[in-house]
Design a protein around this ligand. Sequence first.
Ligand code: ARG
Length: 461
Amino acid sequence: MKLWGGRFTKETNQLVHNFNESLSFDNKFYKEDIQGSRAHVKMLSKCGILTEEERDSILEGLDSIEADITSGNLDFDPQYEDIHSFVEGVLTERIGEAGKKLHTGRSRNDQVALDMKLYTRNEIAETEELLKELLKTIFGIMEVHTGTIMPGFTHLQKAQPISLSHHMGAYFEMFKRDLSRLKDCRERLNLCPLGSGALAGTTYPLDRSMTAELLGFYGPTLNSMDSVSDRDYLIEYLSALSLIMMHLSRFNEEIITWNTNEYRFVEIDDSYSTGSSIMPQKKNPDIAELIRGKTGRVYGHLISLLTTMKGLPLAYNKDMQEDKEPVFDAVDTVKGCLALFDGMLKTMKFNTDNMRLSAEGGFTNATDAADYLVKKGVPFRDAHGIIGALVLKCIERGESLDKLPLDEYKKISEVFDEDIYEAISMETCVSKRNTIGAPGVEAMKEVIEIYRSFISEIDNS
Ligand code: ARG
C-alpha cells in the first residue's frame, strides 16, 4: 500500500520496507497530521482547486479517521510506510475518489515538516506547564525558609552560611531561564512550512497565508528549500531539554547527598523512595538517581540529531526521518522527570536543625570574623592570617569559632572584643548580606516579591 508504486516493476523487498518505514513511530502525531490536512483541504477549496463537496467529504472522512484511531477502532496498518500514507490510504478507502485529491499541491516533505512543528509546538507548551508547576513548588519553599540557615558550599567544602530559601532561589533562576528558552524556541519555530511542496513550492495557486493562519502560525516560511529541510527548532528544543535535565541532575545530586545518613538535611518521602532486596534498613533515593541518570540519554538525543543533520545537502533527505525517535524519547523523558521531581520535592522533609548545626560546625563564619577585624582597622590580608590561625587553634581544641573563649582570641590579637560573638553569629553572617542577590533576609524578601510577580505573569500567559 504505497503512494508511489507507478514507476516500479517489482514489489519492495520486505526488509527494505521494514527498514524504510516510520509508521511504527510517526503514528505518534496522527492528530497533527490530520489537523494539517484539514487546513490544507480548506485552503484548496477556497482557492478553487477542490469543490466544496470534495472538501466536505474529505473533512468528514478525516474526522472519522481521527475518532476511530483515538477510540482504538482503527489500528495502524504496518503495510503503510508512514502516517501520511496511512491517513490518505484509509481516507480513500472510506470516501473514494475525493480522498485521492487530498495530496494535491502537497508533498510528504512539507507535510512532515508541518507535522513535526505542530507536534513540537504542543510539546513545548506542555513542557512549559510542567516547568511552571516546578517553579511554584520551589517558590513555596523559598517563601517559608528565608530564616533557615544552612551551609553554602564551594568545592563541596562548607564555605559561608546561606539560607535554604537562597539555595532554592538558585534553582528558581535556572528553571526560569529554561522557561524563557522554551518560549524563544516556540516563537521562532512558529512559521508554517505547508505549501513548500517537495522542495520548490508548487504550480497551484495555493494561499499559504491562509493555511498558516488556520494552523496558528504567524505566517508562511519564506524559502521552500529551507522549509522542508529545517530541523533547527528540534535541535533548539533538544538543547533546551538538555539544559533542563542538567539542572534537574544537579538538583538531584544535591538531594541525594542531603538525603545521606551523613548529612540528613532532607528526608525523601517514603512514597518517592525504594528499598533493597537484601538490606532491610535501606531506603534508597532511586528516583533522584534515575533522573540524574536519564540526563545522559537526553544529551545523547541532542548529539544524535546534530550529527544526523551535519552533512545533509539541500533539501529533504531521508536521513531526516531519524529526527523523530530521539525527539519523542527526549520529550517523554523530560516530561516524566519534571512531573516526578515536582512530586518528590513537594513531599520532601527539610531537617532544618541539622542544616543549622552543619553551618555552625564548619567555620562558615570565618570570612565574617576576618571582616570584623577589617572594620576595626586591620588590613584584610592580615585579618585573613589571624583568623586562619584561630581556625587552626579551634580544630586542635575541637571547638567552633563562636565557642572559643575571648582570652584565646586576645592571645592572637588585642583587637578582639566581646562583640566578636555577635559579629560571627549565623544570623549576623546571613542577615548582613543584603545586596540584591545575596542571602540576607531583606534581600531575599525583595527577590521573592519579584518572583511572585513573575509567577502571576506566567500564570496569565
Ligand atoms: N517518513 C518521512 C520522514 O519522516 C516522511 C517524508 C518522506 N518523504 C520522502 N520524500 N521520502 O521524514
